[in-house]
Design a protein around this ligand. Structure first.
Ligand SMILES: CC(C)(COP(=O)(O)OP(=O)(O)OC[C@H]1O[C@@H](n2cnc3c(N)ncnc32)[C@H](O)[C@@H]1OP(=O)(O)O)[C@@H](O)C(=O)NCCC(=O)NCCS
Length: 135
């Protein structure tokens, strides 16, 4: 199957909305703690925006929260694997009720990203679904 046809098969159309990508990621919280130990603030600034760093510092479960953000951004990379994104192109925050919301820098085509994040002491997991209006 040629690549163009394969891409059309991946796409799911719902009325004027299409699901254009889906990604999931899991990470050991220990890896985040180790990277922070080794690279400190440089590591944080490579993966999180200034606003995300400020928010993260308010979390009691700091390492788990960062691991959740890391997994979420990796899930977005998978969901948008044909775009060249960096960690800082993606910004995640929480609504008042805790629900994560995601914005993309230079969001071409008005993509909307549905994120879900979970973390426990040792692992963080996230999924990302990307939808886009088609008209
Ligand atoms: C929303 C809820 C399910 C989150 O559960 P939780 O076990 O605290 O969540 P996890 O530890 O798995 O994951 C935490 C992540 O969930 C996400 N989250 C928090 N509240 C959320 C919400 N209202 N909607 C969607 N995602 C939410 C956040 O991304 C959070 O991580 P972050 O703060 O680092 O961004 C829970 O707080 C809740 O409100 N449950 C209502 C149902 C209930 O009370 N059931 C009781 C059964 S005994």
């Amino acid at each position: 199957m040629d690549e163009r046809v394969a891409r059309q098969w991946e796409r799911r159309q719902y009325g004027n909305m299409a699901v254009i990508g889906n990604g999931v990621d899991i990470i050991e919280v220990r890896r985040i703690a180790e990277a922070l130990e080794k690279y400190g603030q440089d590591f944080l600034q490579r993966i999180l925006t200034d606003k995300e760093i400020e928010e993260a510092q308010k979390h009691a479960t700091f390492h788990e929260h960062i691991a959740g953000r890391f997994a979420a951004k990796e899930a977005v990379f998978k969901a948008l694997s044909n775009e060249r994104l960096t960690f800082l192109d993606i910004e995640i925050s929480n609504e008042n009720n805790g629900k994560p919301i995601c914005s993309l820098r230079n969001n071409k085509g008005g993509k909307d990203i549905l994120l879900s994040i979970s973390h426990v002491k040792n692992y963080a997991v996230a999924s990302a679904i990307v939808i886009q209006k088609t008209d």
